[in-house]
Design a protein around this ligand. Structure first.
Ligand code: 13P
Ligand code: ZN
Length: 269
């Protein structure tokens, strides 16, 4: 079958990682129905052949003007598409888009005219922000991790860095592998530009942002690394809940233990 992935092994490797992660999201119960979305900046793989590919959709507005994305290419999960289906067939459940000259609209170029995720304003605003900051992150992931979302139903965890410090203190690896911690975005309408703007603000300080009563949004160099950050945070939430279920408040690592570990691993804060 004709596909943008044919004879492009490096691009295929990236899309296969998306499919692998989509399978994990489903297995973890974080991706009910069409829940969650993934976008990957694949501009570095856009050879002459890709740049010459005609549009297979009409021109669609992004909903925001994003100057750093002119002529960029993204793989996007399709809206209403299931992660469990994407795991089997990423090009039937997502598509590749090209951002147009006006930086405010896009067309689909491959493989099929699958409409991108409804969270496209957040994803593309984040990619625009990452490029503007010179950050070499190519992947953004939104998912619905059960225990982390449950924590957002209690305002005591929503104050700045409370959830971060609690989760970091459950097991040393969490701070080691999610060193910038967990930012918090108070509830906003899904897919809104307000949600996108609030997310970008938090990304100044964090790689993973909690959307209150909804899910998380994570960025990293590739989709596997973005998934890992969410996975270690949710593991800590599970340890916290397990301790509570055994009838006690977990001690958590002490501030001295956290400091010792941060210095040993050369962590940022
Ligand atoms: P999409 O199916 O449009 O990607 O939406 C899923 C979702 O989680 C919205 O927040
Ligand atoms: Zn969602």
């Amino acid at each position: 079958m004709k596909s943008i992935l044919n004879n492009r092994p490096a691009l295929k490797t990236e899309i296969n990682k998306v499919a692998e992660v989509a399978g994990y999201l489903w297995q973890k119960g974080w991706a009910e129905r069409n829940g969650g979305n993934i976008t990957i900046n694949i501009t570095e793989y856009a050879d002459d052949g890709i740049q010459a590919m005609p549009a297979i959709s009409k021109v669609k507005p992004i909903g925001a003007t994003l100057p750093y994305l002119k002529g960029c290419y993204f793989y996007c999960k399709g809206t209403q598409k299931r992660m469990r289906d994407l795991a089997r067939d990423p090009m039937a459940n997502g598509s590749v888009i090209r951002i147009l000259e006006d930086c405010a609209s896009y067309v689909i170029i491959a493989d099929h005219p699958v409409n991108p995720t409804s969270e496209l304003p957040s994803h593309l605003s984040v990619h625009n922000y990452l490029i503007s900051k010179g950050v070499n992150y190519k992947a953004s992931l939104h998912t619905h991790p059960i225990e982390l979302v449950a924590m957002t139903h209690n305002q005591k965890f929503m104050a700045k860095d409370i959830a971060s410090n609690l989760l970091w203190s459950m097991i040393p690896e969490t701070k080691a592998f999610c060193p910038r911690g967990l930012g918090i975005v108070p509830y906003k309408l899904p897919s809104s530009v307000e949600l996108a703007e609030a997310t970008i603000k938090e990304l100044n300080d964090y790689d993973v942002v909690m959307w209150e009563k909804h899910g998380v949004f994570a960025v990293d160099t590739d989709i596997m690394a973005a998934f890992d950050q969410v996975d270690v945070l949710n593991k800590s939430a599970l340890i916290y809940i397990a301790a509570k279920n055994m009838g006690f408040e977990p001690e958590g690592m002490s501030q001295a233990q956290m400091k010792e570990m941060s210095e040993a691993f050369h962590l940022p804060k």
